[in-house]
Design a protein around this ligand. Structure first.
Ligand SMILES: [Zn+2]
Length: 394
């Protein structure tokens, strides 16, 4: 057997010293063994309830570059709490993508830093989470039954996030293949977004009307990408079909439902009704992202971003920020985001943090963040504190 940590005490079975130690941690069990006699012990560990904190790219890259003291202090604090099994800050494919788009030769090191900070834990991909939420909402729509079960913690993590960390973690391969393509797509998306500002500035709609308009716009885009991918498939362009935006698959999944009993038109009609129903509007990621964009509309109406070129610069990361918050915040206890997004979230008309139970931190409230972290440590159950030196003797 492979002993990872040799212990100074003798093996309880054969009494030999220097052959006995911790092997690994698996499924809330500490495995110990002895190389001399083959003795194997399974020590059950208490159940954990880690605080899940989403750290955005801005936080992580500042901590990595040791740019500002506040970031480094907070990152060290989180690292310590993570080693005490109290906090986990998983990484995501959005971190990976943003890191690859970072025009700096140190990006591979940054990505490794991000994965190490997460101790290998990661969120499921946005597509995977969207697809779970949309299917649950569709089920509720078909049954005409409201559900508060659209968010299930296990949807966002492939493994039990509340388990004791093992001594080693395996680095999974990359999610993103064509980074240049994605980067260019996002740049064009920001340009198109800013092009809408004149129209938004003159519109007299209310905040809630803007939310509905955003939801309808998203519903329309889902159907468009779906139709485009179908067309590509019918015309025999498999490459184009396969490279269709992941959102096209969301409709695809719903179209597969009842394909034995309903014809194509009936299924399509049913999906259209769903996309314009309350069930669709209340999907967490749809609700959050559309509200965030409605806040942006409000800010434009109030006269912000008068210089369109500067707006494009300022908003260059807006789609990543909105995506990360709308997808991951409901599965996290707290998020650390940039100052601007924090201000957006504090805007009137958006009570998203109460609705989805997450705390917001940014460079606007360092002190609150530090005391939040202190509170986590203070509330560490004794049984966990007692076990830590046994599991992690170093
Ligand atoms: Zn032994």
């Amino acid at each position: 057997m492979i002993i990872t940590h040799y212990l100074p005490q003798p093996c309880p079975a054969c009494g030999k010293i220097g052959e006995y130690g911790n092997i690994n941690v698996s499924g809330n069990v500490l495995n110990r063994g002895c190389n001399a006699c083959g003795n194997w012990e399974r020590i059950p560990l208490p159940q954990l309830k880690k605080t899940i904190i989403y750290l955005d790219q801005f936080f992580l890259s500042n901590a990595f570059r040791k740019r500002r003291k506040e970031f480094v202090t907070a990152a060290d604090r989180i690292k310590d709490l993570a080693s005490k099994q109290l906090v986990v800050s998983p990484w995501s494919s959005i971190h990976e993508l943003e890191t690859h788009l970072w025009p700096n030769p140190a990006r591979e090191d940054l990505l490794m830093f991000i994965k190490q900070s997460a101790r290998g834990h990661r969120y499921s991909t946005p597509h995977c989470i969207k697809s779970k939420q949309i299917q649950r909402a569709f089920d509720a729509f078909l049954e005409r039954k409201k559900t508060d079960k659209l968010i299930e913690s296990h949807d966002a993590f492939q493994h039990n996030i509340h388990s004791w960390d093992d001594y080693v973690w395996i680095d999974v391969g990359k999610f993103i293949d064509d980074v240049d393509y994605v980067g260019e797509e996002k740049r064009l998306a920001v340009e198109s977004l800013v092009d809408l500002f004149d129209e938004w500035g003159e519109s007299k709609t209310t905040f809630e009307e803007d939310v509905i308009e955003e939801v309808n716009g998203y519903a329309k885009s889902l159907m468009e990408v779906y139709r485009d991918s179908c067309k590509a498939f019918v015309q025999g362009s498999i490459i184009e079909y396969l490279s269709a935006p992941a959102d096209a698959r969301l409709i695809d999944i719903l179209m597969c439902r009842d394909s034995n009993t309903l014809n194509y038109r009936e299924r399509l009609k049913r999906i259209n009704l769903f996309l314009h129903s309350e069930y669709f509007r209340e999907i967490p990621y749809v609700d959050i992202s559309c509200r965030l964009f409605a806040i942006l509309r409000k800010r434009v109406k109030e006269g912000q971003f008068p210089n369109r070129e500067r707006a494009k610069m300022k908003l260059s990361g807006v789609f990543y920020d909105v995506e990360a918050i709308s997808i991951y915040a409901p599965y996290s206890d707290a998020i650390f985001i940039d100052r601007a997004m924090h201000q957006w979230l504090k805007q009137e008309g958006s009570d998203l943090c109460n609705k989805y139970s997450f705390r917001i931190f940014s460079a606007l409230n360092w002190e609150e963040f530090y005391s939040y972290l202190d509170g986590i440590e203070k509330n560490c159950p004794e049984e966990i504190q007692d076990m830590l030196p046994l599991v992690y003797p170093d």
